[in-house]
Each structure stands twice: as structure tokens, then as C-alpha cells.
Design a binder for this molecule. Structure first.
Ligand code: ADP
Ligand code: NA
Length: 334
């Protein structure tokens, strides 16, 4: 009996990558205008869990908004805003800090990856540690029923379910939904182009390892042509990708860009060499991504317009968030 509602977010912590596009934004666009109410956020409060230069943060927030808009998020159909404008996120986040357990946070692998171990981890911000609890608040503040994310966020959405369950149990209510993560398709975990060994990330070491959403056509083509592959021809079946991380990654990317399955891609390219597949992939990527990058640049020339869209989105977000936070306070006795 919860309204079918989607919430998801992206951190403004450096430039958007093709991983963010294929694993998140493209799928957000696909979910828009159907059975769901869709709410998409630039999660700036999450970005500051690690140091951000204030001027760059403002710019990155607008860039993520431009990435959403250029990819086809329609601010009339979806609610598009940045988190810091809706204070209810932080307020519910605090309540969830008091629901979640330290032991739960200790199991979060992303914190371990980002903070390191031992003495290094002691220097991480308290916010980085509590991040999944704020993420639960982002989602549950809207009673979101579905959260499309990449695979790296699966554990955090599971924690969101645990927080909802514990809250409902502790306060003898069924106020919060058990949100379902939507993790599907070939691009759940886009890897770097160097050797397919690590997630393609905004903070990847070398620019050649990732495709940025702001890369122009020539840069996109050059990076794909240089992308590492292996010596063998493409396999005829997906089983043949099992021990071939570079090949699997490039096939996944092709499939996701072209709205195909890996089976369909291999039906066309199985048995072919990289000399045929890589140029086809480069062309496809240019066709699909370069218009987005051009549109992002156009949008970024008018920051006041982006701010206006975000501010209108924040007003609409608050209309849903405020009554839910108010009821939460009532349930807790605040
Ligand atoms: P990043 O990991 O690039 O800093 P965020 O943490 O803001 O980005 O994640 C935004 C969304 O993009 C999340 O849903 C995340 O799962 C998805 N995502 C990020 N990188 C990838 C990737 N390489 N492949 C698939 N999805 C990704
Ligand atoms: Na991430």
C-alpha cells in the first residue's frame, strides 16, 4: 500500500563517468514516465564525507544536474533536486543514526575500501562512516519502494531495509517500506578500460581508464580504441566471457549502450577479432554519449537555469518529505 516510487542519487564528487551513466542515470531515464513516481537527487551531503573544495563542489553539483538533464531526466516528469536544499534528509538521517547499530556499519565494505585499515581508517570522517544511514534516510524520507543502483550500492540498500525493519519493529509500526534494490542489466558494474580490474570511478587514477560524461567524440573514440582487450577472438557464448575480465567488460558496455543483452551482442560478434569489435564499440559509444556531452556543456553555460530547476525540484521534494518526517517525529515521541 505504498505508492510505487523510485529514489536514487549521485554524488557530486568529481566528474561523472560512463559507469554512472550506464549503471545509474540511463536506467533512471528508463524508469521515468511509467508506473513509478521518480525522484532523483544530487547527493551533495554525501560528497562532503570526503574533502571537497567549496567552489568545485558547487560546480560539481551543477554538473551532475546537467548530466541528469542531458541524459533525458525531465524535471517535469521527475523530481530533480540537490539534497542539501531539503533539510529533512539530515534530520531523518540523525534519527536513523540512532536506529542503526555500530556493528552494521562495521560490515560495510565501501567504508573499508574508502577509509583503508587501522590508523588510516581512524582519520576518516565520522560522516563517511555514517554515510549508509544518511542514504537510508534519503530513500525512506520519500517512502521509496524501489532504488535503481549499481552493484556497489547493493549492501547499502540492504542496510536501508534493515533500518526500516528495526524502526518498524522498535516502534511497533509499519511506517517505512522495505525498499527493493533494482540491480539489473549488463552495466551493473562497469570496469575501468585499462585492464577491467577495478570499477570505473570518478576518482580513477588515470583519465584514460575511464570515459567521462563530458568527453567529446574524439576522446571517446580514442579511449575505446586504446582499451585493453585480450588476444583471443570474441566467444560465441556468454560462458566464454567467464575468465576474460577485459572482454566481458567491453561486451557489457556494448550491450548496455545498445539496449541489448550480452547474448545478442555475441550473436553478432562471436568469433570476430577485436579489430572489428573495438571500432564498432567506439562508434556506438560516440553515437550514444557524444550528444549527451554536448548537451551537458550547453546546460553548464547557464548555471542560473540549473539552479532554478534544482530549487523547484527541492520545493516538490519537500512536499513529500515534510509530512513523512513529521509523522516520524510523532512515532518517535519528538
Ligand atoms: P561513484 O561511485 O562514481 O563515486 P556514486 O557513488 O555517486 O558514484 O554512485 C552513483 C551511482 O552510479 C550509483 O548507483 C552507483 O552504483 C553507480 N555507479 C558508479 N560507478 C559505477 C560503475 N562503474 N558501474 C555501474 N554503476 C556505477
Ligand atoms: Na559508488
Amino acid at each position: 500500500n505504498f505508492t510505487p516510487r523510485v529514489f536514487s542519487g549521485i554524488k557530486p564528487s568529481g566528474g561523472l563517468t560512463m559507469g554512472n551513466y550506464l549503471g545509474a542515470i540511463k536506467r533512471f531515464v528508463d524508469m521515468q514516465g511509467g508506473q513509478f513516481e521518480t525522484i532523483y537527487c544530487v547527493v551533495d551531503l554525501h560528497a562532503i564525507t570526503v574533502w571537497q573544495d567549496p567552489a568545485e563542489l558547487k560546480n560539481a553539483t551543477r554538473e551532475v544536474a546537467a548530466g541528469y538533464l542531458a541524459s533525458g531526466i525531465d524535471p517535469e516528469q521527475s523530481i530533480l533536486f540537490n539534497q542539501a536544499q531539503v533539510a529533512e534528509h539530515a534530520e531523518l538521517g540523525w534519527i536513523f543514526n540512532c536506529v542503526a547499530r555500530v556493528g552494521w556499519m562495521n560490515r560495510m565494505t565501501q567504508f573499508k575500501d574508502k577509509a583503508g585499515q587501522g590508523k588510516a581508517a581512524e582519520k576518516a570522517s565520522l560522516g563517511l562512516y555514517a554515510y549508509p544511514s544518511l542514504m537510508a534516510a534519503d530513500i525512506l524520507l520519500y517512502h521509496a519502494t524501489h532504488v535503481p543502483v549499481g552493484e556497489d550500492q547493493k549492501q547499502h540498500v540492504e542496510l536501508t531495509r534493515d533500518i526500516a525493519k528495526k524502526f518498524n519493529h522498535d516502534f511497533k509500526t509499519d511506517f517505512f517500506p522495505e525498499t527493493v534494490p533494482v540491480i539489473e542489466g549488463p552495466a551493473m558494474r562497469v570496469m575501468n578500460l585499462r585492464d577491467g580490474s577495478k570499477k570505473m570511478s570518478k576518482s580513477g587514477e588515470s583519465d584514460m581508464e575511464r570515459i567521462n560524461m563530458t568527453d567529446d567524440a574524439d576522446t571517446i573514440a580514442k579511449k575505446f580504441k586504446k582499451a585493453k582487450s585480450d588476444a583471443d577472438a570474441l566467444p560465441e557464448t556468454v560462458e566464454g566471457l567467464a575468465d576474460r575480465p577485459e572482454a566481458r567488460n567491453l561486451v557489457n558496455i556494448y550491450a548496455a549502450l545498445n539496449d541489448q543483452t550480452n547474448e545478442q551482442v555475441l550473436a553478432e560478434f562471436g568469433g570476430e577479432g577485436w579489430g572489428k569489435f573495438k571500432p564498432a564499440l567506439a562508434d556506438l559509444a560516440v553515437t550514444k554519449l557524444a550528444p549527451i556531452s554536448t548537451e551537458m556543456k550547453r546546460l553548464m553555460d547557464d548555471p542560473a537555469e540549473i539552479d532554478r530547476i534544482l530549487s523547484r525540484g527541492a520545493d516538490r521534494a519537500r512536499e513529500i518529505a515534510q509530512p513523512i518526517l513529521k509523522q516520524t517525529y510523532d512515532i518517535v515521541g519528538l
